[in-house]
Each structure stands twice: as C-alpha cells, then as structure tokens.
Design a binder for this molecule. Structure first.
Ligand SMILES: [Zn+2]
Length: 224
C-alpha cells in the first residue's frame, strides 16, 4: 500500500554538513530538488524521483549484466587464423597459474565477489521493502552495503582492460566479447543503482510501503 504523503525526514530536523560541519535546519523538498549547505554549497540531501520499482528494475539489470560478465568471453585474440577467447574467471585462473596469486585474488574479489555481494544485498533490501514483512529490518544490510561498495571495482578493471587492448592491437586482431560490453553497461547501471539506493531513499520507501520506523531501525542518518 503506497502512501504518497510527504516524508518527515528533514522537516525541522537538524542536519550536519558532512563537508564543513555546519548545522543546518532541514527543509521539505519537492521531487527532484536538492538541498545544499549555505556555507560550502555541498549537497546535503536530495529528494529523489526514483521509485522502489525503478530501483528494483535497476538492481535486476545489474544482476543480469553481472551474470553475462562472468559467463561470456571478455575478448578473443586472433593470431594467424587461431582464435582464443577467455572469460573473466579463466583470466583470473591464468594469472593464478602464472604465479600472480595476489593479483588473481584481487580480480576475483573486486570484479566478481564484491559486485555479486553488493547486488545480492541490494536485491534483498529492495525485495524486503517491496514484498517483505514489516518486522524485518533492512538497516543492517544497508550498512553492510555501504561498507562493501568501495570493494567493487569493475570500472578500474575496465580501465586496465582498455589500456591492455590498446597495447595488444598491434600484436593481434582483437574481437570484443559480450562480457566486455556487459562490463561497460554494468558500470553505468551500478552508478545509477548507487545513486538511487541511498539510505534516505530506503527510508522514504519504507515509509511509503507502510513499514514504518520498526522496519528500518538502524543508525542510518537522513541525508547521508
Ligand atoms: Zn557545508
């Protein structure tokens, strides 16, 4: 049941600017508006237009893209009529076999495990809000999500891969695989998910779904 009532998150509440520590009084914003610090002009919070359904759609898209990224070849090298392709996992496995154990583990952690965990937690939070019972808290998973976000480095991997492609193009014909396109799309979709799935939006959706404070008790602060 959706209650499109104003969300009492910032009305007359005091908010500390995360940049300059100025204490500001919150204001109720229209959809799409944002509040900035009057001293340093840092963005304090934003009243997003994003809905719970949109967030769920973006999270599901991320999951599909991650599945493609890990299932299909990243690229294929063609040298003298011999073509050899590789997936992300096989690339990490090759590095392990070549003795680059730490790099191999970092690739697996930052491009496979962390993004998968991040998307799984995001889906758990969103599905709990959408379909869950009122007694199930999402505060703990939201805090966990904030902690694992820095470990997801698909964009760093993509940048390194692009540099490698530039260097390899003189040595062999390169065929871009579906996983590389998926990786590029996933960077955009992950950025969209991170901007939508904020503690403030989760708080708003919890109120709209009628879960109330009991469903989202945690130490997450409005405006962070
Ligand atoms: Zn400030």
């Amino acid at each position: 049941m959706i209650r499109p009532s104003p969300i009492p998150l910032t009305d007359n509440k005091l908010i500390v600017c995360h940049e300059c520590d100025l204490i500001c009084r919150g204001a109720v914003l229209a959809a799409g508006e944002s509040a900035n610090c009057p001293r340093c002009h840092a963005s304090l919070y934003r009243n997003s237009r994003a809905t719970l359904d949109q967030a769920l759609a973006v999270a599901l898209t991320s999951a599909i893209l991650l599945l493609i990224l890990n299932s299909f070849p990243l690229l294929a090298l063609k040298v003298q009529q011999v073509t050899r392709d590789t997936t992300l996992f096989h690339a990490a496995l090759s590095m392990w076999d070549d003795g680059m154990h730490i790099i191999s583990l970092l690739v697996v952690l930052t491009t496979m495990l962390a993004p998968a965990l991040q998307i799984a937690v995001a889906l758990y939070v969103l599905c709990t809000l959408k379909f869950g019972d009122a007694g199930r808290a999402v505060g703990v998973p939201m805090r966990f999500l904030q902690k694992i976000r820095p470990w997801s480095m698909v964009e760093v991997f993509m940048l390194g891969l692009l540099v490698s492609l530039v260097k390899l193009q003189n040595l062999a014909d390169i065929v871009i695989g579906p996983a590389l396109w998926s990786c590029a799309a996933m960077i955009c979709v992950s950025a969209a998910l991170a901007s939508i799935l904020t503690p403030r939006n989760v708080w708003v959706w919890a109120h709209q779904q009628g879960l109330g404070r009991a469903a989202y008790m945690g130490e997450t602060h409005a405006g962070t």
